[in-house]
Write a protein that binds this ligand. Sequence first.
Ligand SMILES: [Fe+2]
Length: 275
Amino acid sequence: MDVPTEATPGDGGRGLGRRPVLRAALAAGVALPVALMGVPALARTVGEAGGAPEPTPRCDDGDDPTPPQMEGPYFKPNSPRRTAMPDGPGTRLTVSGYVFGLACQPLAGVLLDFWQADANGVYDNTGFRFRGHQFTDARGAFTLSTIVPGLYPGRTRHLHVKVQAPGRPVLTTQLYFPNEPRNNTDALFDPRLLMTVQDSGTSRTAAFDFVLAVPGTGPTTTTTSRPGGGTWAAGVDYAAGARVTHGGAAYACRQAHRAQVGWEPPNAPALWSAA
Ligand SMILES: [Fe+2]
């Protein structure tokens, strides 16, 4: 078993901002409207007061960059480039989100290097199991397919990640799971780094958006729907269970939402599953 040397308080600046209130509530298990549970991506992108959704992914805390956390003892450079880490048994976990700059502009080509423990709470320090890097696409989006990391002594459940926009400093941080008992006792835990997680019973779908200290002038994506073909369309209100086709594949709606550019299946696994 790995020695839990990460369990050393090392993250300064834990003050809560605006959006973290929601995340803190999730961490504490406070009852929230169903519409907000597990779907921060929706909470982030739906317009104010129930109005029309924003045409592009929107970040609401662009003045509040994602806080750093300690690297810990288990990082290894030169991880393989991959978005899926089918490296062992465990509960499947899909993590998706966007990387924004300070002006909420989506950042393309951002390096995300993930590493985590296996289902037994053990890191692979000789090979690259559960280690991999990828780059955000033109919309600033990323998706990682992995498993839920196991617990090990001294820490709550977490993922490690390094995030670096081209030519910019590296952000090293960790991501956390809501409703974990150890969140209350892990000195490193920071509610600003909570993912929102949907648990289907056999797998989990998580969302987290990073904000990097990259200046910008505003969103750069457009409202033009990208090619893909099929029946899916932006602006349509889909009910849970609705079926669409996109890019030659069929999908079922997992939760009611109004479709937006960027939420096409399979790019939004919290919203669409293969049918
Ligand atoms: Fe760790």
